[in-house]
Design a protein around this ligand. Structure first.
Ligand SMILES: NC(=O)c1ccc[n+]([C@@H]2O[C@H](COP(=O)([O-])OP(=O)(O)OC[C@H]3O[C@@H](n4cnc5c(N)ncnc54)[C@H](OP(=O)(O)O)[C@@H]3O)[C@@H](O)[C@H]2O)c1
Length: 288
């Protein structure tokens, strides 16, 4: 039995889908009973909150491997520490942690590195999956203004990023969860090309059938825009810090880990844009 945490999230949902498709025996954790009730058939759903250890213990029973997903938030290391502690006390199962590329270079990846160090110090078997920025961020965070204003915003300048498709991250996760031989390994998951946001805008324009622009803002103005959506201050600062990393060209490395593990090339941005074109349709068109 494999435990998939964060099963309602962007990555967790896709891992769940692909794990079920290859016939893995899955228990999935949800915070919300309503969302758990809508989970796909063929899995065992449990309610679990990292902040409530009494909900973690039953979720671990009979489990051999754990896919660990924490929220992209300041609390991530502390929340994941609760699960790590319970795993040490219970089954000492193999943790496959969804981490992030960037190490100590920026706030979000640094929180992941804290958690990785905690796992390393625990003596538990582990594998770290360190993806670069997700292609699907364009859908989850930018599609609204792409639809309504034909534009998306940031402050990463001309920095190129080797963005990766969540479907590739999930494919790697399922391979690592299903097999042995990945203990103690870390995989850096990137797409096959590093793209600037100008290039991203061109590619989205092509599938949307109209001109989509990337608007580069001064960091202070971008922060103001992020805060106006209700994003907590720490998360806004972390996003800005990531944009700085991108601007400095420090997120453009290309690795072959996706290809080595899956046996095929990573999904291209053009393929991603084609598959998600529906999300970028102009509002009038989307409504008709
Ligand atoms: N976006 C990127 O470009 C990027 C790049 C590299 C790495 N990452 C990392 O990838 C990870 C996953 O990203 P994502 O987009 O899939 O995140 P997400 O959609 O926000 O998913 C987070 C998951 O964690 C669950 N969760 C939150 N708090 C919890 C708690 N206290 N107890 C139990 N579960 C809890 C959420 O459940 P609810 O739905 O109930 O809240 C959700 O299922 C993050 O750690 C992020 O830092 C992201």
């Amino acid at each position: 039995m494999i435990l998939i945490t964060g099963a309602s999230g962007n990555v967790g949902r896709e891992v769940l889908k692909q794990a079920l498709a290859v016939g893995l025996k899955i228990r999935a954790t949800f915070q919300s009973p309503d969302i758990a009730a809508k989970a796909p058939a063929g899995l065992e759903g449990v309610i679990m909150d990292y902040a409530k250890p009494e909900t973690i213990r039953p979720a671990l029973l009979g489990v051999e491997k754990i896919f660990l997903v924490g929220p992209p938030a300041r609390e991530l290391p502390a929340l994941e520490a609760h699960l790590i502690k319970e795993v040490r006390a219970a089954g000492r199962q193999h943790i496959v942690k969804l981490s992030a590329l960037g190490g100590r270079e920026s706030m979000f990846p640094s929180g992941h590195r804290d958690s990785e160090e905690n796992i390393e110090a625990s003596g538990l078997p582990y594998t770290f999956l360190r993806p670069n920025g997700f292609m699907q961020n364009l859908v989850n965070y930018d599609a609204g203004t792409i639809r309504s204003q034909n534009a998306f915003y940031g402050c990463q300048g001309n920095g190129a990023v080797s963005v990766v498709d969540i479907r590739d991250i999930a494919a790697v996760a399922v391979i690592v969860l299903a097999a042995t031989g990945h203990e103690g390994k870390s995989y850096a998951l990137t797409g096959g090309e590093a793209l600037t946001n100008e290039q991203v805008a061109e590619k989205i324009s092509r599938v949307a059938g109209r001109k989509i622009s990337y608007v580069d803002l001064p960091p202070a103005e971008f922060k103001k825009a992020i805060l106006s959506t209700g994003t907590p201050e720490w998360s806004a600062d972390a996003l800005l810090d990531l944009q700085r990393l991108y601007r400095e060209g420090k997120a453009s490395l290309l690795t072959d880990d996706v290809e080595r593990l899956t046996g095929r090339k990573p999904i291209t941005f053009d393929q991603f844009a084609h598959d998600y074109a529906f999300a970028f349709q102009a509002e009038a068109k989307a409504a008709s």
